[in-house]
Design a protein around this ligand. Structure first.
Ligand SMILES: NC(=O)C1=CN([C@@H]2O[C@H](COP(=O)(O)OP(=O)(O)OC[C@H]3O[C@@H](n4cnc5c(N)ncnc54)[C@H](OP(=O)(O)O)[C@@H]3O)[C@@H](O)[C@H]2O)[C@@H](O)CC1
Ligand SMILES: Nc1ncnc2c1ncn2[C@@H]1O[C@H](COP(=O)(O)OP(=O)(O)O)[C@@H](O)[C@H]1O
Ligand SMILES: [Mg+2]
Length: 285
């Protein structure tokens, strides 16, 4: 098995694209975040806000009806499309053409939601990030995996990964099984953990940022929004995954002296995305 390529500043600066002074929101990418269910609308709030704060020009969410007021009040910059169902998603239809889709945060596992995901995967050609319950839905329906477009990004935490690839007995076996899975379906796996590793076929990237402050509800939902944002801004999927994971970890490193491990929450990731980007800008000068 190959040694990991460690993602340090040098690796990041090779991949980071500086903003164009004359850009406008219409060419900064339009992303859609699909997720939410009754009691888990916070996951979509976090994900969509992180998506905007990572530089995407326009962000739309697709959520069940019960989330309409929540989203519009929590993040006025985000546009909202609702499902016909009140408490969960049952049919994903939207009349926009986004450049990237993030699906899964807070989505739930209702049978109708599972069917809606199936329908989307059957026709979707837009770059996609799959997380949380959308991954759990795939675990319950593994025969749908061949529907995924090449280089779709999946971002499982260890339990979600186990549901997808089965149990492992050592870290080496976990990596081996993940590489086999990545090659079989031609996927990029953001293998979340401490540290997070990114698997693209036989290539393993090891992230170098982040700390235990990230062990708190919703930080994964934020990461989904960040990676989706970079995809919508035309980053290649592997670069969106690498840069997203790096910046996400960097926010926790930047915030730690002020928040300590205990009081850091997922919203603090979002608050510090700006400083994380600025540190890249300073380095590239
Ligand atoms: N505010 C909101 O709206 C929020 C909404 N959210 C939404 O909730 C939905 C369910 O997502 P979820 O991840 O909480 O549940 P689930 O898939 O059963 O996994 C939990 C189990 O996995 C394990 N585990 C996890 N991490 C691990 C690790 N690093 N290392 C090892 N094990 C680890 C651990 O298992 P254990 O160790 O207990 O066996 C744990 O019990 C999803 O849609 C999500 O988006 C949340 O994001 C929170 C904020
Ligand atoms: N001890 C840790 N050190 C570094 N990163 C961590 C640690 N614990 C969790 N993380 C990171 O926090 C995020 C948690 O994601 P996830 O489990 O999906 O959370 P949620 O579903 O609540 O949003 C991942 O990016 C993971 O790598
Ligand atoms: Mg998660």
């Amino acid at each position: 098995m190959m040694n990991p390529i460690y993602i340090h500043q040098k690796e990041i600066l090779k991949r980071y694209k500086q903003p164009d002074q004359y850009t406008h929101k219409g060419i900064q990418g339009h992303a859609i975040i699909i997720g939410g269910s009754y009691g888990k609308m916070g996951a979509v709030c976090l994900s969509s806000k992180a998506c905007l704060k990572t530089g995407c020009g326009l962000v739309t969410v697709f959520i069940p009806k019960c989330g309409y007021d929540i989203l519009q009040i929590a993040i006025p910059e985000v546009m909202v499309i609702t499902d016909n169902q009140e408490k969960f998603i049952s049919n994903i239809i939207f009349d926009i053409t986004p450049q990237a889709i993030g699906i899964g945060p807070g989505l739930g596992l209702e049978i109708e939601t599972q069917q809606a995901v199936y329908k989307l995967l059957q026709t979707n050609k837009i770059p996609l990030v799959i997380d949380a319950d959308a991954l759990n839905i795939l675990s319950k329906n593994k025969e749908w995996l061949p529907l995924l477009q090449p280089k779709t990004i999946i971002s499982p935490h260890p339990k979600e990964l186990e549901r997808l690839i089965g149990k492992w007995n050592s870290d080496a076996e976990k990596l081996e099984k993940s590489i086999t899975f990545s090659k079989e379906y031609n996927l990029i796996i953001v293998m979340k953990g401490a540290p997070t590793r990114i698997i693209d076929g036989d290539t393993i990237y090891g992230n170098t940022t982040g700390n235990a402050a990230l062990a708190t509800a919703g930080t994964g939902d934020v990461l989904t929004g960040m990676i989706t944002s970079l995809l919508a801004q035309s980053y290649e999927p592997i670069n969106a995954a690498i840069l997203g994971v790096y910046l996400h970890g960097l926010t926790a490193d930047i915030a730690l002296p002020e928040t300590g491990y205990q009081s850091f929450i997922a919203s603090d990731v979002i608050t510090n995305i700006g400083k994380a980007f600025l540190s890249l800008e300073n380095l590239s000068k």
